[in-house]
Design a protein around this ligand. Structure first.
Ligand code: NDP
Length: 391
């Protein structure tokens, strides 16, 4: 039930990592939250199932609607029915590597999908009521070294040079959002978010792929981890912190675009080391390029046993075993080597401060993945069949 003072939000991509954390945040703040979910042949609402309440109850503040960013009439209908104060357009095909396989679809969803939302608001005459957040991305910069600012970062004034169909589609989303702000005086803003991760990150994204594989290796469920470019550098934050910035962006007096980042960049190989350290494994890298391998150098028994709940004697690995190999299949046709964002504007203007550092993020993801696979092991021991999504 909506009381007149209660704010109403509509989230596209509510079933994704950010959508689920944002829904939790807005519900805590007392919003009525509507979300758009896609019809799929299997369940895709796991990340928000805990928020769902029987729709026959009174004061239901969380509602899901079937829809798709490729379907304008459906978007117009949902926006007409919900009349949101705030729309967060988080829906997207968000995987950079996969965007090379389905570039036309990505352009339609990530690029034109943004236009469909903006146009729906305009067609319905809600330009003055509805504020719009557009999920823009650090992939717009493409990691071009010459485009960094004097301090060596990418900021709100750095030129764009997307290096993937995903980046190219998102650049349209960025500019059309800015254009509608300027052309129609709409409160439409871009958050240019650098990579943000969490235990809810999709299983095929590099950080989650690592924490899942390291957890399985530590539990004796997997032998090796296959990776692509270990030297790519990313500015990684925690999704819980980043959704707070999205909300802050729409609470300002003036609509503007903001970079959201930690300002710290880390190589993929260092993220891997941190994940292995969580279970007490020390990894040594040897070789070069596609022949590089990661070798188990030593194990800290206390850390291993504390983090996994298993005894070291039960582990079938030996010191000197190869735990990581390179598979060129994971190389991208055009790579973004370095991403490092300058959060000065978001910190000073929005007062945004992240609570997690990289160590805290890795720990959160490792604890969650270890628990996930330990629970699966217990279920298997009890005779249940377990279906896991695999990369
Ligand atoms: P996810 O991939 O976890 O979630 C994407 C969401 O979009 C899912 O709910 C998905 O639905 C939905 N979606 C996909 N295609 C469509 C479609 N055709 N119509 C409607 N919804 C669709 O992404 P994140 O939560 O990590 O990211 C949120 C947004 O922020 C995305 O736009 C992403 O591109 C952007 N972004 C993310 C960054 C990050 O590091 N995470 C960095 C910068 C920007 P389903 O569950 O059915 O697949």
């Amino acid at each position: 039930m909506n009381t007149s003072s209660q704010k109403v939000a509509l989230i596209t991509g509510i079933t994704g990592q950010d959508g689920s954390y944002l829904a939790e945040l807005l519900l805590e703040k007392g919003y009525l939250v509507h979300g758009i979910k896609r019809r799929a042949s299997s369940f895709n609402t796991q990340r928000v199932d805990h928020l769902y309440v029987d729709q026959h109850e009174n004061n239901v503040n969380f509602k899901l609607h079937y829809g798709d960013l490729t379907d304008s009439t459906n978007l117009i209908r949902i926006i007409q029915e919900t009349k949101p104060d705030e729309i967060y357009n988080l829906g997207a095909m968000s995987h950079v590597k996969v965007s090379f396989d389905s570039p036309e679809y990505v352009a339609n969803v990530d690029g034109i999908g943004t236009l469909r939302i903006l146009e729906a608001v305009r067609i319905l005459g809600l330009e003055k009521k509805t504020r719009i957040y557009q999920a823009s991305t650090s992939e717009l910069y493409g990691g071009m070294p010459e485009n960094k600012n004097d301090k060596g970062f990418y900021d709100e004034n750095s030129p764009f040079y997307p290096r993937s169909p995903y980046g190219a589609a998102k650049i349209y989303g960025f500019w059309i959002t800015k254009n509608y702000r300027e052309a129609y005086n709409m409160f439409a803003c871009n958050g240019i978010l650098f990579n943000h991760e969490s235990p809810r990150r999709g299983e095929t994204f590099v950080t989650r792929k690592i924490t899942r594989a390291v957890s399985k290796i530590a539990l004796g469920l997997q032998k090796e981890l296959y990776m692509g470019n270990l030297d790519a550098k990313r500015d990684w934050g925690h999704a819980k912190d980043y959704v707070k910035a999205m909300w802050l962006i729409l609470q300002q007096d003036v609509a503007e675009d903001y970079v959201i980042a930690t300002g710290v960049t880390t190589k993929v190989r260092d993220f891997i080391q941190m994940a292995f350290s969580h279970v007490g494994f020390n990894i040594r890298f040897e070789g070069e390029g596609v022949n590089e391998v990661g070798i188990l150098d030593s194990i800290d028994q206390d850390i291993y046993e504390k983090s996994t709940g298993l005894t070291l004697n039960a582990l079938t690995l030996n010191i000197g075993d190869t735990l990581l190999k390179i598979d060129p299949i994971y190389f991208r046709p055009t790579e973004v080597d370095l991403l490092l964002g300058d959060p000065t504007k978001s910190k000073t203007k929005l007062g945004w401060e992240p609570e997690y550092d990289l160590q805290g993020l890795v720990e959160d993801m490792m604890v969650s993945d270890l628990n996930l696979f330990k629970r699966d092991m217990d279920l298997v021991k009890a005779g249940h069949q377990v279906f896991n999504q695999e990369e």
